[in-house]
Design a protein around this ligand. Structure first.
Ligand SMILES: *Cc1c(COP(=O)(O)O)cnc(C)c1O
Length: 353
């Protein structure tokens, strides 16, 4: 509330000191350089693509299992998404990606999604990108502050993009997003694109958009939310560790991810038999446990995509479909009490008996 009052009293509401201060702080937190705030995670991906010159005529390799925004940003930038399958963690599969890059030499960019807060296999994807002339933009909307084998988000990508949608790990009281890059020139271009392509007062060298992070959001992020993020991530990891240790039901497959101790644990996904998922969700509902689905329909199967014509996909996306039909997300947010966690664990363990 102090941050809100401060901004209200300042009389300066768009692109001022609060936004620059937050961009600096977030840059220090994530440790890979220059941060540019914008209006949403969707816009952050579109701006990143445009800064890197990805647009009409270009193909972009991505995952069919994500928030729709990942592909929407690619299409809004004017490029064409190519969908390949995910691995057993639900992350872009390296073998499938290699096949896609070989079959489509005109893929110029890879957008892996760090789904559930688990990092994709970035060293392998970076190697593939280098071999096939494709840059990498990491969709890290679910993975702020996460690592894999000691390597942080954004280390391998040209850019990493974040969302501050209220339910995200760093969620604000409204919409917001950001991108981060080690390259100061790219950051400058991104800052221009978010503000009508303006590089100086009334100077427009680039086609831009209106996608600014509000001073109010930057102030609450910087004052009240970002300082708590490390603690929240620790609590998410502890919650995940309890579920992994105490859920014991042969009808439920746990998915610890590639590095459970360093994941952002935005979601806690489990897998059940597709034919029994409805029953499981009903059981959770009866126990007053809110289960989520991430994501029940693959992006290339959405009407907005198929209406454009046949989407470019590699193979039958069998693993992604296994998630679409069998995944359930358990509550994992940092304000769950020990009793609530115990309650969720016993609800899951009692199912199916
Ligand atoms: C939430 C999310 C987005 C979009 O972020 P918004 O701020 O809602 O636009 C993009 N990608 C992924 C993986 C997300 O989870």
């Amino acid at each position: 509330m102090a941050a809100v009052e401060r901004v209200g009293a300042s009389g300066w509401y768009i692109l001022g000191n609060e936004v620059s201060a937050f961009e600096d702080e977030l840059g220090q937190f994530i440790g890979n350089g220059h941060v540019v705030g914008c209006a949403s995670g969707l816009d952050a991906i579109e701006i990143a693509l445009r800064v890197e010159g990805i647009g009409p005529g270009d193909k972009v390799l991505t995952t069919p299992l994500s928030a729709f925004a990942t592909s929407l940003a690619i299409i809004r930038a004017g490029a064409e998404p190519v969908f390949c399958d995910v691995d057993n963690h639900g992350l872009l599969d390296v073998t499938a990606a290699e096949q896609a890059l070989t079959e489509h030499p005109d893929i110029r960019c890879i957008v892996p999604v760090h789904l559930f807060g688990h990092l994709a296999d970035m060293p392998a994807l970076a190697r593939l990108g280098e071999q096939h002339g494709a840059i990498i933009i990491e969709d890290a909307a679910q993975a702020i502050g996460a690592r894999r084998d000691g390597h942080p988000v954004g280390e391998y990508g040209r850019m990493a993009t974040y969302s501050f949608y209220p339910t995200k790990n760093l969620g604000v009281i409204g919409d917001g997003g950001a991108l981060a890059t080690a390259d100061p020139v790219s950051a400058e271009r991104a800052a221009a694109i978010r503000n009508y392509g303006q590089s100086g007062h009334y100077v427009h060298d680039l086609m831009g958009m209106n996608s600014r992070l509000d001073e109010l959001h930057a102030a609450t992020l910087n004052t009240a939310l970002l300082p708590r993020l490390s603690g929240w991530l620790e609590t998410r990891r502890k919650n995940a560790a309890r579920y992994l240790a105490e859920i014991d039901n042969s009808a439920v497959t746990l998915m610890p991810g590639p590095d459970q101790g360093q994941s952002g644990w935005h979601l806690f996904p489990i897998l059940v038999e597709a034919s029994r998922r409805e029953d499981f969700l009903t059981h959770l509902g009866n126990c007053e446990v809110a289960g989520g689905l991430h994501y029940p329909t693959l992006i290339p199967d959405q009407k907005a995509i198929t209406d454009r014509g046949e989407p470019i996909t590699l193979g039958d996306l069998a693993n992604a479909r296994r998630f679409a039909h069998g995944e359930v997300s358990l509550p994992i947010h940092p304000y769950l009490t020990d009793e609530e966690l115990t309650h969720v664990i016993s609800a899951v363990n009692q199912w199916g008996g």
